[in-house]
Ligand binder design. Structure first.
Ligand code: SF4
Ligand code: SF4
Length: 205
């Protein structure tokens, strides 16, 4: 009897897990959507706003060239260098802006925390791989480009664990809701039979 219960339990567990949408994504066709735009920091309230720590976004019109981001990075990765650019801004008389070497950056976010002018935050862009070390160095112009990630797969947490919004193949989607209640009722029936048999055994013993 216990072997049958074991088999049904295993089958039921397998079917339950089949009913959960597959968590594996078909990257790069499917990309998980992260909550928010990315990591930000409010220097006035001293509060970090949770978000994915990906490639930085630099707002040239807010940056003063104060270098605080580069100083913050010095003790971490020395990934930020200040470079001179041609443009001129009222708030940045020396026309210097940060550039970031993603071959060194550890995505700690300290540079974002150090910027008092809301000029720097981190985006959801994590696709930074490159064939050369040089192309991992992002100039101020590259950092000013808003990240456009096609992250259209949503994550959902339910009683059945984490899942994502990508669709199950149609035949499986149709078959599973029918199969599961049958297995669950069979399991219940078998467990009741087993309990009755155990009770009988106790009485005779
Ligand atoms: S996130 Fe990168 S660039 Fe910024 S402080 Fe950390 S290591 Fe340096
Ligand atoms: S990004 Fe912020 S901390 Fe860095 S130089 Fe510009 S204003 Fe200063």
């Amino acid at each position: 009897m216990s072997t049958i219960v074991g088999i049904i339990k295993a089958l039921n567990s397998g079917v339950k897990h089949l009913a959960v949408k597959r968590f594996t994504l078909r990257y790069p066709e499917q990309k998980l959507k992260f909550v928010g735009d990315g990591y930000k920091y409010d220097p006035v309230s001293g509060v970090g706003i949770a978000g994915y720590k990906g490639r930085h976004m630099l707002f040239h019109d807010k940056c003063t060239g104060c270098q605080l981001c580069a100083i913050a990075c010095e003790g971490v990765a020395e990934a930020i260098g200040m470079v001179k650019v041609d443009n001129k801004w009222k708030q940045n008389k020396k026309s210097i802006l940060p550039q970031i070497d993603y071959g060194k950056c550890v995505f700690c976010g300290l540079c974002v925390d150090a910027c008092p002018f809301y000029a720097l935050y981190m985006t959801n862009d994590y696709e930074l791989s490159s064939f050369t070390k040089e192309s991992l160095i992002y100039t101020p112009a590259q950092l000013a480009v808003k990240a456009h990630m096609n992250q259209d797969v949503q994550i959902a947490i339910s009683k059945r664990g984490a899942s994502h919004s990508a669709e199950l193949p149609a035949p499986l989607k149709k078959a599973l809701p029918q199969a599961q209640p049958q297995l669950e009722s069979k399991l219940k029936e078998t467990q009741e039979d087993k309990e009755k048999a155990d009770d009988k055994g106790d009485t005779h013993g």
